[in-house]
Write a protein that binds this ligand. Structure first.
Ligand SMILES: C[S@@+](CC[C@H](N)C(=O)[O-])C[C@H]1O[C@@H](n2cnc3c(N)ncnc32)[C@H](O)[C@@H]1O
Length: 288
């Protein structure tokens, strides 16, 4: 595997780094391009390596790497560019605006980086819509390679070189870097040991529902008080309230998530109950 030109985002190989110390925000030259014993290794192929330093070196993604749970390496795609000018893209056959990533460049990069256990991912507006079940699946893989195209996208023949195309939503970004960051951030926090396991078990989408409302201090703000059950100390009542409010929020905001879901008898009962109660109209998220 070629490590030339690779940069690591934090002390993934620096197991002595404190878990509490923020990871360094600047990329540094990787001494080698493999990290034996690290559960998940991620290679990013990009024309803009500088975009990743902040997003993946701070907070949870940075800590995950400092703890040796994952290693993220950034490769400048231009090192596999063609000719004296290290060209990576060209005009589209048939005419039209914009430049398209050339297949030889990607083939060269993958020849250097791909391993038998690799999953190669192409961010693409036409790909599978990225969602939590896929994030859980990718968190169990050993080696991810994420290709970040720019401009008009990729030569069609590149699609046969990848294992998975992922879209982060029905809109068009300037390049694959931000989708790659979205995917990586989502995966890193799911790795065992990354954060409190309870947090990832209860949060939105993991149980197929949106998360229940949360409150912190003060107990009253602008005339709105914290629901008394949450301060009652009654664990079973709190659990039931949270389940019901998760169902209510999902039913109001994302009813399609409930379609086809096998409801437990408790969930079915709570859903019927809240539908009866809900005569105050529909909550509108993202009102303008
Ligand atoms: C300007 S876009 C190209 C869009 C392409 N011409 C099209 O119409 O589908 C450049 C690159 O950004 C990335 N990209 C843009 N929007 C995306 C999205 N919603 N999900 C995933 N990747 C996206 C893809 O890698 C894409 O090749």
């Amino acid at each position: 595997m070629s490590g030339e030109g690779a940069a690591v985002l934090s002390g993934a190989a620096d197991s002595a780094a404190s878990a509490d110390r923020p990871a360094e925000a600047t990329a540094e030259a990787a001494p080698e391009a493999t990290a034996p014993g690290v559960p998940l290794e991620i290679e990013i192929l990009t024309l803009f390596p500088g975009m990743f330093a902040g997003a993946l070196a701070e907070s949870i993604p940075g800590r995950v790497q400092s703890r040796g749970l994952a290693a993220v390496r950034i490769h400048d795609l231009r090192q596999w560019g063609l000719g004296r000018h290290k060209t990576v893209d060209d005009y589209t056959y048939g005419g039209g605006a914009g430049m398209v990533l050339r297949p030889e460049v990607v083939a060269g990069a993958l020849a250097a980086l791909r391993r038998p256990d690799s999953t190669v991912i192409l961010p693409d507006p036409g790909g599978e819509v990225f969602a939590q079940p896929r994030a859980h699946d990718l968190a169990t893989r050993r080696h991810l390679i994420i290709l970040c195209p720019r401009y008009e996208g990729v030569d069609e023949r590149i699609r046969s070189m990848v294992d998975l195309e992922l879209s982060i939503g029905d809109y068009v970004l300037s390049g694959g870097e931000i989708p790659a960051m979205v995917v990586i951030d989502t995966i890193l926090r799911l790795l065992p040991g990354a954060i409190d396991a309870e947090s990832t078990m209860e949060e939105s989408f993991t149980a197929g529902l949106l998360e229940y409302p949360q409150y912190t201090r003060p107990p009253e703000f602008n005339g709105v008080t914290v629901p008394p059950v949450l301060t009652s100390g009654h664990h079973e009542a709190v659990r039931k309230w949270r389940l019901k409010e998760a169902l209510r929020r999902t039913w109001r905001r994302r009813p399609e998530l409930l379609e086809g879901r096998q409801l437990s008898s408790e969930e079915g009962k709570l859903l019927a109950e809240l539908k009866l109660e809900d005569d105050e109209g529909t909550e509108t998220p993202g009102r303008v």
